[in-house]
Write a protein that binds this ligand. Structure first.
Ligand SMILES: Nc1ncnc2c1ncn2[C@@H]1O[C@H](COP(=O)(O)OP(=O)(O)OP(=O)(O)O)[C@@H](O)[C@H]1O
Length: 679
């Protein structure tokens, strides 16, 4: 605005009025001058028009040069001398007439009021020159879109630039016998155990993590108070063996323990996952002597307490753990932290957060902050001892001290005020955090809550990316999700009313016998299972040779024991189709799942990745189908496009003619469902 004002000069009104004043004053002055001349009779002869013009012109110049002389001509001595009374009267009459003829707005502008030329501010340039066009400025335009690389770099955690990008096809054969570990860093005993379990080689994520966690002998110790270990964040596709990537190092490191302390804590989002991970620990750690427990709320609190601690009566600074490894859900963990006497996390050597992005989003009782606080020594220790006046150490009776039960980093809690000694030296807790997920967030803001210590990132991702180069930065910065190698993905667009029929058609025509079908809610799982059961009955009635497919629902509506029984039946293939909510979209490992169907399309890419990841696990092949309602198609495609995944998912067409084959059975099933709900 300021610039515009400057350019355009004073407002037009002001300019006009200045011009007007000058012109009229000039006119009046010239008139009077003429009169004076006439009166004096100095020019009795009437001049020609040309001469008149000339005179006027001369006078005008004089006025231009010196307005001051417009001092009342009446007062000029020459006039005063020559004036007769009659001419005076005439002049006065003329002046009155002139003033009367002047327009109203001229009223205040008497000759006396004319601003002398010298005082008039110089006229702005525009007045005399032709109007100048406003300077033209370039039109505003959008800046160039930042490059992908620039976007990827934005806000990138510096630790991510140092991320190790692992090729998903990397593997390492586990040597059978003998002392040579073949670069696996696994003990002979563990290797033997793995062979018994049918595991012949390490998968990509395992080949990267084992050397990092076990390679350096000094880092394998239980306590590292002066050289605390670096934390680890691992992102690898679904079914790529992340569980063994932490189970193996934990078992190898803890097997050296002499006394039982809670040294590994594994936090998982669901009870089902807790049971599954426990099975892996038990299978691999068989014969290691390590004690494993779970806390999920499946059993009574007292029962769990009895499993976790030996002594609930006296207060022990170092705790009294009965277990080496605890696998739990966050809610129950907090309950034990707050209410189970002698349950302590001070000895933790490993804190594993599996499905980390999901757990970080879970703010239940601020569980993470509480857990992290429990692994750190208190800032202001309250010693259970004080010095008597005689200088003796007096036990205040608050705690029983058994020094070898206290973690080194917590020893200073026993220091006696004002007496410096070696145990007052601050030591770091030895707890190493290990984070895992197929969709691990790389947002430093979200990971900040974990207070990671020099985190080392491992990213299992295909392509030509490698550490530090542009592709590597793109790979880590843009959160691209990697799918299992042998996963084939398709989607079908159909109307909402035809969706169940399309699903049944696909199941029957593709002879699907091991499938997980995901719906959006627990309630819709039940309804869909009922409809499918009626459909199968209708089909069996028409064709006695047809083997009805058994489907069951699996959701949070069921009790834990019911869920376990259903999962067992599905694993043993007594149930062929499990219609489930997203409760088991993460982590659940059922090897024979051949198809995953998203009956209700997932609303975010993370959910999609975890759902489809229930098939094509551990190098097997699998199919993922997504049923997309017509009105959802645009959103679904844009979601895929944003994730740079649209090219990998193919559209499958199901024409209405094909559906006619089963329309009769479907309508019958619908009828039965309606009457079932009416009942
Ligand atoms: N080295 C290996 N050799 C053979 N099978 C393996 C190996 N490592 C893991 N597996 C098997 O691969 C399957 C998938 O492993 P796991 O459940 O750990 O995958 P994940 O990466 O945790 O997947 P998700 O992200 O879905 O939780 C399991 O059945 C596991 O037993």
């Amino acid at each position: 605005m300021a610039i515009l004002k400057k350019i355009s000069g004073p407002p037009p009104d002001a300019k006009q009025s200045t011009t007007k004043v000058k012109t009229k004053a000039k006119q009046r002055y010239l008139k009077r001058k003429k009169e004076r001349k006439k009166t004096k009779g100095k020019a009795p002869v009437r001049k020609g028009a040309d001469t008149d013009v000339q005179v006027e012109s001369d006078d005008e110049e004089a006025v231009e040069e010196d307005v001051e002389p417009s001092d009342e001509p009446d007062n000029s001595p020459a006039v005063a001398e020559d004036e007769t009374p009659s001419s005076k009267a005439r002049k006065a009459k003329k002046r009155r007439k002139t003033e009367a003829e002047a327009p109203d707005d001229d009223e205040p502008m008497l000759v006396d009021d004319v601003v002398p030329e010298a005082q008039v501010p110089p006229p702005p340039e525009e007045k005399t020159t032709s109007p100048v066009a406003l300077p033209s400025f370039p039109l505003p335009s959008l800046p160039n879109a930042p490059s992908k690389l620039a976007l990827a770099r934005q806000g990138l955690d510096p630790a991510l630039l140092d991320a190790e990008i692992v090729d998903p096809n990397t593997s390492l054969t586990i040597p059978s016998d003998g002392e040579v570990d073949g670069g696996t860093y696994l003990s002979q005993k563990t290797r033997k155990r793995l062979k018994e379990l049918g595991i012949e080689e390490l998968f990509a994520v395992q080949t990267a993590l084992l050397p990092f966690l076990l390679g350096d002998a000094s880092q394998r110790r239980l306590y590292l108070p002066y050289n605390p270990p670096r934390d680890v964040c691992a992102s690898a596709p679904t079914g790529s063996g992340k569980t063994l990537a932490y189970v193996l190092p934990i078992i190898e490191t803890l097997s050296t323990r002499i006394v039982t302390r809670l040294r590994a804590l594994i936090v998982l989002p669901t009870r089902d996952l807790v049971s599954q991970v426990r099975e892996t620990f038990e299978a691999v750690g068989k014969g290691s002597g390590l004690k494993i427990a779970t806390a999920t709320g499946q059993h009574s609190f007292a029962h769990e307490q009895a499993q976790l601690v030996t002594d609930k009566t006296s207060k022990l600074k170092g705790g009294s753990s009965q277990v080496d490894i605890l696998i739990c859900t966050p809610g129950r963990l907090i309950d034990h932290l707050n209410e189970t006497p002698n349950f302590t996390l001070q000895h933790l050597r490993f804190l594993v957060v599996d499905e980390a992005d999901r757990l970080l989003a879970q703010s239940f009782q601020d569980w993470l902050a509480q857990v992290l606080a429990a692994t750190r020594p208190p800032v202001h220790p309250t010693s259970g001892y004080e010095l008597s006046q005689e200088g003796n150490l007096v036990n205040l009776g608050k705690t029983s001290l058994c020094s070898d039960a206290v973690a080194p980093a917590f020893l200073h809690t026993f220091s006696i005020p004002d007496i410096p000694c070696s145990i007052t030296e601050r030591k770091e807790p030895s707890c190493q955090k290990l984070l895992f997920s197929a969709t691990l967030t790389r947002d430093p803001g979200k990971l900040a809550a974990l207070d990671l210590r020099q985190p080392k990132y491992f990213i299992v991702q295909g392509g030509k990316a490698s550490k530090g180069d542009d592709d590597g930065i793109l790979a880590v910065g843009l959160e691209k999700f990697t799918m299992p190698d042998k996963l084939s993905e398709q989607y079908v667009v159909c109307s909402g009313s035809q969706k169940p029929l399309v699903l049944f058609y696909l199941i029957v025509t593709h002879n699907v016998r091991n499938a997980l079908i995901f719906t959006k809610s627990a309630e819709s799982t039940t309804r869909l299972v009922r409809l499918f059961t009626f459909f199968e009955q209708a089909r069996a009635q028409e064709d006695p040779n047809a083997q009805p497919i058994v489907a069951r629902s699996y959701s949070s509506d069921l009790s834990t024991s019911e869920r376990r029984s259903i999962l067992d039946k599905f694993r043993s293939q007594d149930i062929q189709i499990l219609v489930c909510s997203d409760l088991i979209s993460r982590g659940i490992d059922i090897s024979h799942v051949s198809h995953v169907v998203s009956y209700d399309a997932p609303v975010d890419m993370r959910k999609y990745v975890h759902r489809v990841g229930r098939t094509a696990r551990a190098g097997r092949s699998g199919d993922a189908w997504t049923l997309v309602e017509e009105q959802e198609a645009r959103y679904f495609k844009s979601m895929m496009k944003d994730a740079e995944h649209l090219d990998s998912i193919k559209r499958m067409k199901v024409d209405s003619k094909s559906l006619e084959l089963y329309t009769k059975h479907y309508e019958l099933a619908l009828e039965q469902l309606r009457s079932a709900y009416e009942r």
